[in-house]
Design a protein around this ligand. Structure first.
Ligand SMILES: Cc1cc2nc3c(=O)[nH]c(=O)nc-3n(C[C@H](O)[C@H](O)[C@H](O)COP(=O)(O)OP(=O)(O)OC[C@H]3O[C@@H](n4cnc5c(N)ncnc54)[C@H](O)[C@@H]3O)c2cc1C
Length: 460
């Protein structure tokens, strides 16, 4: 890498994107990290705000000539350090490349620039019969960031994760080649699926400039039930029973009782749960059903209550619309609640749904036998648990985190269900990946980005 003075650097980058789109001095602190809680910030050489695919091509050509790495950034809401700057690298921010290019209600698609946030897309669709169902709890996240992390969220149990809702991409590889993949069709058998390869690649293969997403029909009615349980084994059984019943919930989240109390206090809501139930329950399950016809939904709700009772739920609360929205809001804010309370690590391990019971057993065991407090919430309908670890001793916390990840892998699961590997979970990946798979990953990376300029040191 050639040594660059800030003045030279700003001038060169300004020639590509315009000087008003470059920050090389006094870079705001926000650009030195994402929302991962256990990683120190890194100061980039500069932040560049791209506005077009042609600028991204030019930027990558410049990076190839100067050998300065580029880290893509949406809005930095990631939880694994993916958008954390590379040392001596530049940040390529997509936040000013955020136009909604088209909404096609015939084909049920929307074409957006990568920096479009989920909130912007929802605003554009508000009042229409359509919505974009991927709901990773943080509406300021960009669609490009969602593609890069393959974001999931609360509604994945019904609608799938980002990769099930993306039909096509425009992207620029690490060689500076701009390409399009996919299109407004729902099926294809026409060669390697580059859309799916880039989705989940965490900005290491290509910079995504445009995204074609699939829209869904907005349900007219929703019901949210909160159910209490005396133990986690019953929660695990209820998740399987609800899925087997064909109720297709749009949300199925669990919350440890202490987690629910903290969340409700954090956003100041009253769910109407009695003090006795709050003190007896170990965990709560939050199940949302949705549909077009209120009558059908009422019948499904009755069926859900039967299923919950048959799996030993102690109480079921059908929330009113205000409580429903508030509980969803509290669940969205769970990350801020545990951050505020001093969580030292966040895990988002996933296992097959049928293996939730042994996973819960193992988590309870590690919580009891280590110096780490472990509090769980999560998208349990997908087998995806979000664990907040509170450890005074970082080594003890890391050992507990590793033990939980090892258990999830033994149960046939994976390290991350939706937040990605980034930096925070990279060592776990490198410790467990088979050598042949790692070699294949690295050769794919080398084809897309032979100079290792795109998000070096992340994922692999
Ligand atoms: C309160 C809170 C709740 C959350 N809940 C969930 C949840 O339920 N489910 C879930 O999945 N996630 C959740 N997240 C994590 C986060 O919102 C997602 O990871 C999201 O996809 C990140 O989007 P972003 O625009 O902020 O991306 P960033 O954090 O800016 O970047 C994330 C990764 O994407 C890469 N990237 C960004 N833009 C591009 C691009 N255009 N081209 C190529 N690579 C790019 C970056 O290099 C980085 O590796 C939550 C975060 C918060 C703060």
């Amino acid at each position: 890498m050639e040594s660059q003075r800030p003045g030279d650097l700003a001038q060169q980058l300004g020639a590509i994107v315009g000087e008003e789109n470059v920050l090389a001095n006094d870079i705001p602190e926000a650009y030195t990290h994402d929302e991962a809680i256990d990683l120190p910030p890194v100061q980039p050489l500069a932040v560049v705000f791209v506005r077009s695919s042609a600028q991204v091509v030019e930027l990558i050509r410049w990076a190839r000539a100067t050998r300065i790495p580029i880290v893509a950034r949406g809005t930095g809401t990631g939880l694994s350090g993916g958008a954390r700057p590379a040392r001596e690298g530049i940040v390529c921010s997509f936040e000013r490349m955020n136009r909604i290019l088209s909404i096609d209600t015939g084909d049920l698609t929307a074409r957006v620039e990568a920096g479009t946030t989920l909130a912007q897309l929802e605003q554009a669709l508000d009042g229409t019969p359509y919505f974009y169902p991927v709901y990773p709890g943080e509406m300021s996240a960009t669609i490009g960031g969602n593609i890069a992390t393959n974001a999931g969220g609360m509604r994945a149990v019904r609608y799938g994760v980002t990769r099930h809702n993306v039909l096509g991409l425009e992207f620029v590889t690490g060689t500076g080649t701009a390409l399009r993949s996919g299109g407004s069709y729902v099926k294809t058998s026409s060669g390697y699926d580059l859309t799916q390869l880039i989705t989940g690649s965490e900005g290491t293969l290509a910079l995504v400039t445009e995204v074609l997403v699939r829209l869904s029909l907005r349900p007219r009615h929703r019901r949210l039930l909160l159910a209490s349980f005396l133990n986690f084994q019953d929660v695990a059984q209820a998740v399987v029973a609800i899925s087997d019943r064909g109720l297709e919930p749009s949300v199925m989240e669990y919350m440890e009782a202490s987690g629910l109390i903290a969340m409700a206090q954090h956003v100041d809501i009253n769910l109407g749960v009695s003090a006795q139930i709050m003190s007896e329950a170990s965990a709560f399950l939050m199940v949302e059903l949705e549909g077009m016809h209120a009558g059908t939904l009422d019948a499904m709700t009755a069926d859900l209550i039967d299923t919950l009772v048959s799996t030993a739920s102690t109480e079921q609360y059908l929330l009113d619309e205000h409580q429903r929205q508030e509980l969803i809001r509290a669940r969205e804010a769970a990350f801020w609640t545990v951050k505020h309370l001093g969580a030292t690590t966040i895990l988002d391990t996933v296992v097959p749904r049928s293996k939730l019971a042994p996973l819960f057993d193992g988590i309870a065991h590690y919580g009891r036998t280590s110096d780490t407090l472990v509090v769980g919430t999560g998208h349990v309908g997908d087998g995806n648990v979000h664990l907040s670890l509170f450890a005074a001793d970082p080594q003890a916390g890391a050992a507990t985190a590793k033990a939980i990840i090892d258990l999830a892998l033994e149960l046939g699961g994976a390290i991350s269900g939706e937040h990605g590997i980034g930096v925070a979970k990279r060592q776990y990946l490198l410790d467990q990946i088979e050598p042949d798979r790692l070699a294949l990953y690295r050769s794919i990376k080398a084809v897309f980005d032979p100079q290792d300029l795109l998000n070096p040191g992340k994922l692999l």
